[in-house]
Write a protein that binds this ligand. Sequence first.
Ligand code: MEV
Length: 312
Amino acid sequence: MRMHARSSSGAKKRATDSDLHAEPQGTAAGKVILLGEHAAVYGKHAVALPIPTAVTANVTATDSGDSKYISDLLKVVRRELEIEGDTFGVDVRSRLPPGMGLGASAAIAVAMIRAVSTSRELGLGDEDVNRIAFECEKVSHGNPSGIDNAIATFAVPMLFSNESELSIEQLELQETPPLVIAFSGRRGSTHEQVAGVRTRYEAQKSHYAAIFDEIDALSRSAAKALAAGDYHELGMLMNICQGLLNAIEVSTPELESMVGMARAAGAAGAKLTGGGGGGSVVALCPGAVADVQKAFSTAGFETLLLTQMEKG
Ligand code: MEV
């Protein structure tokens, strides 16, 4: 199963399909979380879809041009692969906007690890790639659930949880859900948002635990609704989830306004996606993709559509 993402406008700042490496040594998917962000950190279920081939990477001879971020990730990769003495860099291209909740950091890690594996003929399988990318995510996010690296690696729609052990249930979809992702333009720091939720959780444990349990139940129902193509049901579940994300203080006035805008334009459901505090919203828009997209663009928000899915 493959899904394709298309940027509707303003892609100039980022790599486009044609800018990505023609035959890259490593590729990885981005992600859009439909339900379950933050609760996933507490072992609860989350539902996510891949944004395929969002990042490509190739190994280069030297690391002189790498950013600190890439260098830090490379240190982890070298340590995990026990190739500390091997000098190289990576050329990474991404069509995901950073800090928009679409899994750019995990996708960069996965594409890099695969590029190193290809270049050094290490023959890493997906399990290894996912495990090492999880270590990279700890550098980026502090205390990640592992959902971003899992979807970057396996690139399938999934019901994810990682309580005492990692569980990935692949969801077989009948079609590409009519989703519109809209970028607030304000970067959210997943690290900060996850840390903030942890502080509030410690102060209000029973209330937060009840919220996470409810998000868990919403995610499990949402996985069924998504697989059945029941968008009316799924949209309602997303709307409830947004209320709970607001309750744990990861939403912002701007995200709330974007959610309202999508619903007013006909979305069956809309919520923030990813860490929040900025970043993006995702709207489920059966019969209303064009209307919702127009509402966002009229208000000055860039959008991304998941428009095509092939089976095979
Ligand atoms: C970030 O994409 C999703 C969060 O739940 C963090 C995580 O699960 O690692 C906010």
